[in-house]
Design a protein around this ligand. Structure first.
Ligand SMILES: Cc1cc2nc3c(=O)[nH]c(=O)nc-3n(C[C@H](O)[C@H](O)[C@H](O)COP(=O)(O)OP(=O)(O)OC[C@H]3O[C@@H](n4cnc5c(N)ncnc54)[C@H](O)[C@@H]3O)c2cc1C
Length: 396
């Protein structure tokens, strides 16, 4: 069997793995190999909505998203300008409890330097003229938020990594992966790749990989849904919107269409055998929401609907950095449904850590260090979402 040796082996060619390979190559770390049993973007990345927003619940996420956004703006300007659009993001609520959370979120966001404006019902109607706001909801508007095409951003990173010499091993099953004789060893497609360091960036599949090598991390894959619809008219580019009370979001898509979601199921699923189509219940919920809140979209025709698998962690922060107890093994997993907007920034920070050769704690990854959990962390239920709960955790 042919054997090759690399410096870093990245497992998973979603947006996180591709961004990491790109940033490693950019820092002169190599050789780098990136392995995926499918194709780039075959996981959550190819099924994501691609909303990029600074409306987060803590400062660390705001900073990381800002870094990602500036990478996406720069890369798409250079390679494919259709993959990135600044369209702004507006969220609103009517229920009293949600309004209190919205007010608290506004103050917090401003304290972190996020440009966010408050909107009353007239202001909302100004940004969302196809909506109905006669129940007087209030909202927040972030004019600099954006939408990206996640698979295209992933491809741009992948192509950049390839040009810088990274090798891609795609489309063959993983026959074996583990630690052997001071190296990480992957066997696939009749080849053996030995690596000084390995990074698990396999999205929802990471849980099983880490468990199989005796280094489990607390991860819970869960299913979430989205749909593309074609309204009969309206602007081609409009702000991304999120109705907090019913938890439905929408963003503009190419050719005058829109992409709407959420349909998140808070139960763990197996990424090898989840239901890839959307539920009737989800499509019905979208139709009800459109009829009530978006009369201008009420006649929108359903083009397609689907589900993807995201990965939750106990505290809704990703797990990024050295895997505790495993030599030269890193993880970049557990994005809790926000991996597109975090991937570029997180990958750059992890690449800095790996390039510096270390297990030393990287200050800029401290809030997401995997060692904050014990390997025997008890099972937990996924708790993702565009929530408004307070981010006042003093550690962050
Ligand atoms: C409907 C939906 C809407 C979303 N909307 C947004 C949004 O608006 N904004 C946002 O920021 N995020 C959004 N997300 C979340 C986002 O898609 C994910 O957080 C992000 O794509 C995770 O990227 P990843 O690279 O970590 O994982 P993935 O994209 O899942 O990639 C993991 C890769 O690992 C591969 N793999 C599997 N087994 C192995 C193995 N044994 N070895 C190596 N590789 C393996 C898979 O084939 C896959 O290609 C959404 C997700 C969904 C499903």
């Amino acid at each position: 069997m042919a054997t090759g040796a690399v410096e870093v082996l990245v497992l998973g060619a979603g947006i996180a793995g591709c961004a990491l390979a790109y940033h490693l190559a950019d820092r002169g770390v190599g050789p780098v190999a990136l392995y995926d049993p499918r194709t780039p973007g075959a996981g959550a990345t190819g099924r994501a909505a691609g909303i990029v927003t600074e409306q987060h619940w803590n400062r660390w996420d705001v900073e990381v998203t800002r870094e990602s956004q500036s990478q996406y703006a720069e890369l798409s300007a250079r390679w494919d300008s259709s993959a990135y659009t600044v369209n702004g993001f507006v969220r609103w609520a009517h229920a009293a409890e949600a309004l209190r959370a919205l007010d608290a979120a506004r103050s917090r966001l401003r304290s972190w330097g996020v440009r966010v404006d408050e909107l009353d019902a007239d202001g909302l109607a100004g940004h969302v003229p196809w909506g109905r706001f006669d129940d007087e909801p209030r909202g927040l508007w972030c004019p600099s938020d954006a939408v990206v095409t996640p698979s295209t951003i992933g491809e741009i990173y992948a192509e950049g990594a390839r040009r810088a010499g990274a090798e891609f091993l795609l489309g063959t099953p993983m026959a074996a992966f583990g630690r052997r004789d001071d190296a990480w060893e992957l066997e696939t497609g009749g080849r053996v790749v030995r690596a000084s360091s390995a990074v698990v960036a396999a999205g929802a599949w990471s849980k099983a990989i880490l468990r199989s090598i005796g280094h489990p991390l607390p991860l819970a894959p869960y299913r979430t849904q989205a749909a593309v619809l074609r309204p009969s008219g309206g602007p081609e580019v409009f702000p991304s919107v999120h109705d907090i009370d019913v938890d439905v979001y929408a963003r503009p898509e190419a050719k005058g269409r829109l992409l709407a979601g959420d349909g998140t199921r808070l139960v763990e699923v197996d990424p090898e055998s989840f239901q890839t189509g959307a539920d009737e219940q989800f499509v019905g919920h979208l139709a009800d929401t459109f009829a009530h809140r978006f009369p201008g979209w009420a006649d929108a025709e359903l083009v397609r609907a689907w589900a993807g698998v995201c990965t939750s962690t106990p505290d809704r922060r990703p797990l990024v950095g050295p895997v505790p107890g495993a030599e030269r093994l890193y993880a970049v997993v557990g994005f809790n449904g926000f991996g597109v907007m975090r991937a570029g920034g997180v990958a750059a920070r992890l690449a800095d850590l790996i390039a510096s050769g270390g297990n030393r704690e990287e200050e800029r990854l401290r809030p997401v260090w995997p060692a904050r959990f014990r390997p025997d962390h008890p099972a937990f239920s996924p708790r993702p979402g565009f929530t408004l709960d307070d981010g006042d955790d003093p550690r962050f």
